[in-house]
Design a protein around this ligand. Structure first.
Ligand SMILES: CC(C)(COP(=O)(O)OP(=O)(O)OC[C@H]1O[C@@H](n2cnc3c(N)ncnc32)[C@H](O)[C@@H]1OP(=O)(O)O)[C@@H](O)C(=O)NCCC(=O)NCCS
Length: 159
């Protein structure tokens, strides 16, 4: 199993995985999946997906699904960690998401529940929030630390 960036040829397989897991596919296009990662099995089939959708200075984490046969093996944790790295390298340090089914998983990987009203406007207005996810879905956020803290290990010089 390896995790790699999605490409246009993966679109149908990603949509099939999302549908099988009850996740929205209406807006999952070739353009959107440029921000996706996939987990690929040794036979080349796609067994996991997750993506970032840029929303102004924030980012939406979405379309996280792992095939039932390989759940519990850390694939989702790895996909989320890799996407967070990507968000960091884009300089976006707030990751938002909506979930009806995986709130506990996201808590385990460091997300906290926030009321929808507290999400920034560009997040509230995105299609997932406005149209695709039920209003009962939990809204969650993680604040990422920047890539480097140049001074974090430095003590003030004593004179
Ligand atoms: C949620 C989902 C992606 C988790 O995938 P996974 O690969 O099994 O998760 P991992 O193996 O990486 O789990 C990482 C950690 O979260 C925990 N975890 C995973 N799923 C969990 C759940 N449903 N409830 C509570 N904890 C969970 C694991 O125990 C593990 O903890 P540990 O490392 O301390 O042992 C998978 O169950 C799934 O595809 N569900 C259907 C689609 C879905 O609901 N997607 C979310 C849409 S927003």
């Amino acid at each position: 199993m390896r995790i790699r960036k999605a490409d246009a040829a993966d679109l149908v397989e990603i949509q099939t995985l999302l549908r099988a897991n009850g996740l929205p596919v209406d807006d999952v296009t070739g353009l959107l999946i440029e921000g996706f990662l996939v987990a690929e099995d040794t036979d080349g089939s796609i067994v996991g997906s997750a993506g970032l959708e840029p929303l102004g200075s924030s980012v939406l984490l979405r379309s996280l699904a792992v095939a039932s046969e390989i759940r519990g093996t850390g694939v989702a944790r790895e996909l989320v960690a890799r996407l967070e790295e990507n968000a960091r390298s884009l300089g976006r340090l707030e990751v938002w998401l909506l979930t009806s089914t995986a709130e506990r998983f996201f808590e385990v990987v460091g997300y906290e529940r926030i009321s929808r009203g507290e999400a920034p406007g560009n997040v509230r207005l995105c299609r997932q929030f406005a149209v695709l996810c039920p209003s009962t879905a939990a809204c969650m956020r993680k604040r990422l630390l920047p890539n480097s803290f140049p001074y974090v290990n430095e003590r003030p010089q004593s004179r």
